[in-house]
Design a protein around this ligand. Structure first.
Ligand code: LLP
Length: 418
């Protein structure tokens, strides 16, 4: 899965940085990202789209560290944002708003106002009610809101129920059957300019087939909408491409994109601008979470390896029962013991890995793999635990790109009673 992660002798390296040395220098828990791995994940998207009018909008919810955003901005990416906070982040790194699309099912008026003032490229609108509020806000601000409707193609992406989004039962998008009528409505509302159509069918998708199904459904709509005299300039096909955590075998981005472009051409839509919103596939395998073993605790039924990272640092196992690789940062010639790797948080759900064979002692460090996406961005302060520090490596250079949160910062905004 992770191309720039390898043992050299006994030591695990990310690019040319020994992870044990980074843990020593910056402390644990520590997120470490490889810039080369991010760029290598982006390259197949760029290759497949070369020569086309396109924009790759990195879905920054996966990892919104400013240095990560900078990396993708310098590589020519646009961004998919879902909140005023994410808008503030992209603007903070100097991204031009005309490379930003604004997704999300519950945009507030204030978020709309900020995005209108910034001049985002497109609002991906998810309901009729939102369309009306956005129209009113645009008129009030004296701006035009460029919009796509996010349509729900009702295909099963075959993924975890919590991260599948393209089914009828989901809160996302507008129903296929309602889409033409809503486009007509949008075209008649002041302050709005219809520019495209959008869909996103889920996350951690490991097949090309659901994407092709969704594209066919979207193209049917495009044809119906344009038959009404409403022009659609771009097609946003969302994100969702999966990565290898353990034994998943998703298609590479160039295989996926090529298949989609081929279908687009075959149906006579090859001239359209295409957009994608990849998140996980650009950063997931570019990052690890380093943690130190605090205690080994043999139990009646299970052995526990208690580490200093916890569910507040990395929610995916607790929240989705996600399996993520866990390996030592230094190899030992001891015989492995099977442990549940758990954190210090006071919840039985606070586990990072189950039944893992590990040869470790207290003080040893572990790397939790594929933690570059939906790791730090989903972290919380539960148990008044400060969030981890983040380091981005470029070759043999390690850059601290976020300092560890200190306890006093955690209650800085709280007030004592008089
Ligand atoms: N576009 C939209 C509208 C989305 O909702 C998402 C993700 C993406 C793009 C990016 O999807 P990606 O390429 O990363 O799959 N926290 C979960 C994943 C939630 C995904 C939410 N939406 C996890 O840790 O697995």
């Amino acid at each position: 899965g992770a191309p720039f992660l390898a043992y050299r002798g006994e030591s695990l390296y990310l690019e040319d940085c020994a992870l044990d040395a980074l843990a020593e220098r910056f402390g644990t828990p520590l997120y470490v990202y490889s810039q080369a791995a991010m760029l290598a994940a982006l390259a197949p998207y760029q290759r497949a789209l070369a020569g086309r009018d396109h924009l790759i909008c990195y879905a920054m919810k996966a990892n919104s560290n400013l240095a990560v955003l900078q990396t993708f901005a310098r590589a020519g990416c646009g961004f998919d944002i879902v909140s005023g906070g994410e808008l503030a982040r992209v603007l903070a790194v100097g991204v031009s708003a005309d490379r930003v699309v604004f997704s999300g099912v519950g945009k507030t008026r204030e978020e709309m106002r900020l995005a209108l003032q910034a001049g985002v490229k497109c609002f991906n609108v998810e309901s009729e009610a939102e369309l009306e509020v956005l129209s009113a806000m645009a008129v009030q601000e004296g701006r035009t809101a460029r919009i796509s409707l996010r349509v729900n193609p009702d295909v099963d992406a075959g993924t975890h129920p919590y991260i599948s989004t393209g089914l009828k039962a989901n809160k996302f998008g507008v129903a296929h059957e309602r889409a033409v009528a809503l486009y007509r409505r949008a075209a008649g509302l002041p302050g709005l300019e219809v520019v495209g159509i959008d869909c996103h069918i889920g996350s951690q998708i490991t097949d090309v087939a659901p994407y092709l199904d969704a594209l066919d459904r979207v193209l049917d709509l495009v044809e119906a909408i344009e038959a009404e005299g409403i022009r659609l300039h771009h097609l946003d096909l969302g994100g969702g491409l999966g990565i290898t955590y353990t034994d998943e075998a998703p298609p590479t981005a160039d295989v996926l994109i090529s298949a989609l472009l081929q279908r687009l051409d075959a149906r006579g839509h090859g001239h359209r601008m295409v957009m994608f919103e990849p998140g996980r596939s650009l950063v997931g395998n570019a990052g690890v979470l380093l943690t130190e073993v605090l205690y080994l605790k043999p139990g009646e039924e299970k052995n526990f390896c208690i580490v200093d990272a916890a569910m507040n640092d990395l929610m995916r196992p607790a929240m989705y029962e996600a399996t993520m690789g866990i390996v030592p940062t230094r190899l030992h010639n001891a015989s492995p013991v099977t442990y549940d790797v758990v954190g210090p948080v006071c919840e039985s759900g606070d586990w990072l890995g189950r039944d893992r064979a590990l040869a470790v002692q207290p003080g040893a460090r572990l790397a939790i793999l594929s933690a570059g996406a939906y790791g730090m961005t989903m972290a919380s302060n539960y148990n008044t635990r400060g969030r981890a520090a983040e380091v981005l490596v470029i070759g043999d250079q390690a850059h601290l790109v976020r300092e560890r949160e200190q306890p006093a910062e955690l209650f800085r905004n709280e007030r004592l009673l008089p």
